[in-house]
Design a protein around this ligand. Structure first.
Ligand code: NDP
Length: 282
């Protein structure tokens, strides 16, 4: 019997405990955790994500500020805003919604964020800390996946984990977190030779590709744990993951659905990271 990992429920539990901890923290210290979200341009998906983040902040008892900038915002203007937010004592977490407009150098903007306010965990200093095993802020999606795995009671030590996708946001930090829990990790990407054979070795398979239903039953070992990070909008308007859920689920010991698996965890972990950032200042 496969466990369908209920990310919606687990994310709600985390958000509830963040709220309770925030109430106690604010009462004790007088500090209200503050998150600034910077959105440049009018990408519709980004607007939806930013709206959800503001709602989650309100629910958690945080201060939230949104900075909506036009798509033709200049690099200097964006850097000046980041600099202001870095020194703003009401703001503990800064999130720059990606993707940025093409003319803006994303790496330079991320590097300008104070690493102690980098609640997305994308700053090179935080990436370095994750690599060397002393993480400060861990990117929210992989952190959320680790939480899903832990709360489902899955042990990773000695397991063969295969991560498909090597982005800085999901694949790479995911592999490092699995390694830190003593999994034997293989990373795959678009140039991997015989992907089905590599995927079939996985006790834990993480799909972070962005290709609807690419992971089929023949690519999955009997009893594997499968985590589907993919969020793909089909022509029908429906959401699909990277995993062909209906055929893969019966082979697994546990699997995350789309929607309702990894997705809700990302915002829950953003709330957790922001509260952690506020606590660091007291
Ligand atoms: P990217 O596009 O940055 O990375 C995709 C990765 O998949 C790349 O490393 C690419 O390889 C690899 N890939 C593409 N095609 C293949 C293939 N045929 N075989 C093997 N590997 C392949 O995506 P992200 O990491 O940002 O996101 C991945 C998915 O996760 C997307 O669907 C995204 O929407 C979703 N996502 C969901 C989140 C959530 O909160 N639920 C948060 C973030 C992302 P190469 O490097 O060689 O090009």
């Amino acid at each position: 019997m496969s466990i369908i990992i209920d990310g919606t429920k687990i994310a709600q539990d985390i958000r509830r405990s963040v709220r309770e901890e925030t109430l106690a923290f604010t009462e004790k210290t007088g500090v209200v955790p503050g998150l600034a979200v910077v959105l440049a341009g009018d990408d519709p998906a980004s607007k939806v994500y930013v709206g959800r983040k503001a709602k989650a902040c309100a629910e958690a008892g945080f201060l939230s500020r949104e900075y909506k900038l036009p798509a033709d915002v200049g690099e200097a203007e964006l850097l000046a805003l980041i600099s202001d937010l870095n020194s703003d004592r009401q703001i503990h977490g800064i999130l720059v919604q990606l993707p940025l407009p093409k003319h803006i150098p994303t790496d330079k903007i991320i590097a300008a964020i104070d690493p102690n306010k980098d609640v997305d965990g994308f700053h090179p200093a935080n990436v370095g800390r994750l690599v060397t095993g002393s993480p400060l802020f861990v990117p929210c999606t992989p952190r959320g996946i680790m939480e899903l795995i832990a709360r489902t009671g899955i042990s990773l030590s000695g397991k063969d984990a295969v991560v498909i996708g090597r982005s800085n946001i999901v694949g790479k930090p995911m592999a490092l977190l699995l390694l830190a829990q003593n999994a034997t990790v293989t990373m795959c990407h678009s140039k991997t030779k015989d992907l089905p054979a590599v995927a079939r070795r996985a006790d834990v398979l993480i799909a972070a590709i962005g290709k609807p239903c690419m992971i089929t039953a023949d690519m999955v070992k009997e009893g594997a744990v499968v985590v589907d990070v993919g969020v793909n909008r089909l022509e029908s308007g429906k959401l699909a993951g990277d995993v062909a859920f209906d055929e893969v689920a019966p082979k697994t010991s546990a699997i995350t659905p789309v929607p309702g698996g990894v997705g809700p965890m990302t915002i829950a972990m953003l709330m957790r990271n922001t509260l952690d950032a506020a606590k660091m200042t007291t």
